[in-house]
Write a protein that binds this ligand. Structure first.
Ligand code: TRP
Length: 328
């Protein structure tokens, strides 16, 4: 029995890293067993902050599909598709834009923050499309009448807005849409290799598609307890980035390793080696699936085409109802 219908999406920005996997994708893979799921590579959303150069978009979309499939998202069980290939997203976005007050959009906390943040990087996103980001997101979700939306904490204001838009639509025309609820994942936050938040813009990321040797190389660069200069110094795992990774990838050995670190037993080089080998083991299934799909790009294209087709059918049925409700 399905617990409900899920919609979620990710921007194909070409920056997918291990932190994104643990924070979101791994959760999706679990949810696919309990919910009816629709997952979208939201390329139109990627345009809202990067419209001036779109050359990498096709490659980024393909890579995101590889990321998802290699994580174990089942393209039969779930609908996996590309947002721009289902034109109903654009259509519903336009109709919702008619009834969404400007003030609702301007007060979304992430709006001014991001405008400033990207503005200081010399990016001009003072555009109509960027302001409408959450309206497009609302259209994504309600086009499939999804009731549950797994997202990160940062997306909560967008979900609140989505509910307000839904209430307004249902009130003005007729009750077509359910109010979608956010579902936060309880995944632990993975730091970058320097201990700060993992982000490609800091250069501290571990790419999700990293090969075993790349994984080992990234782990070797991790910062440890800065007070522990020599192997004979006692270490403090509580301030060590490698320790935080052991907590996620190597729970079985963590107690023994921490104790040994505190007693100046195990050195950082060996501690990192043990972590790296454990990460390689944990991510082995992903690597195997990824190389299979990598060797067969036309299969990936077929999977997306199939998902686009299934999404279109659902979206078109909803748009029938919307047009009728709005007398179009
Ligand atoms: N805004 C989401 C993010 O950046 C991506 C997204 C677009 C999304 N449309 C969505 C998430 C619909 C959930 C539902 O993470």
């Amino acid at each position: 029995m399905s617990k409900g219908r899920i919609f979620s999406g990710m921007q194909p920005s070409g920056k997918f890293h291990l932190g994104n996997y643990l924070g979101a994708l791994e959760n999706w893979v679990r949810l696919q067993h309990d919910y009816e799921c629709i997952f979208s590579i939201v390329d139109l959303h990627a345009l809202t902050s990067k419209y001036e150069d779109t050359r990498e978009l096709p490659e980024n979309i393909h890579n995101m599909a590889l990321d998802w499939l290699s994580a174990g998202l089942d393209p039969e069980k779930n609908i996996v598709f590309v947002q721009s290939q289902v034109k109903e997203h654009a259509e519903l976005h336009l109709l919702l834009s008619m009834m969404t007050p400007l003030s609702w959009l301007e007060r979304v906390p992430t709006y001014k923050d991001k405008l400033q943040q990207l503005g200081s990087q010399g990016k001009d996103i003072n555009t109509y499309g960027f302001l409408g980001y959450p309206v497009l997101m609302t259209a994504d979700i309600i086009l499939y009448k999804a009731d549950t939306v797994p997202v990160g904490e940062d997306q909560i204001p967008h979900l609140e807005l989505a509910r307000e838009i839904v209430r307004r639509f249902n009130h003005l025309y007729s009750p077509v849409f359910p109010e979608p609820q956010a579902k936060l994942s309880k995944a632990p936050l993975l730091p970058g290799i320097d201990g700060r938040k993992m982000s490609k813009s800091y250069g501290n990321e571990i790419p999700y598609a990293a090969s075993p040797d790349e994984l080992r190389a990234r782990v070797r660069l991790m910062v440890t307890d800065p007070q522990r200069i020599k192997k004979t110094d006692a270490g403090n795992p509580d301030v060590c980035t490698v320790h935080k990774f052991h907590k996620i990838f190597n729970l079985n050995q963590i107690d023994e390793i921490s104790q040994s670190c505190r007693q100046a037993g195990i050195g950082c080089v060996d501690c990192k080696k043990r972590l790296a080998e454990q990460m390689v083991i944990n991510l082995a299934d992903i690597h195997v699936r990824r190389s299979e799909y990598e060797a067969n790009p036309s299969r990936v294209k077929e999977i997306l085409a199939y998902g686009n087709e299934r999404a279109r059918k659902m979206a078109a049925a909803t748009m029938e109802e919307v047009r009728q409700a709005m007398n179009l």
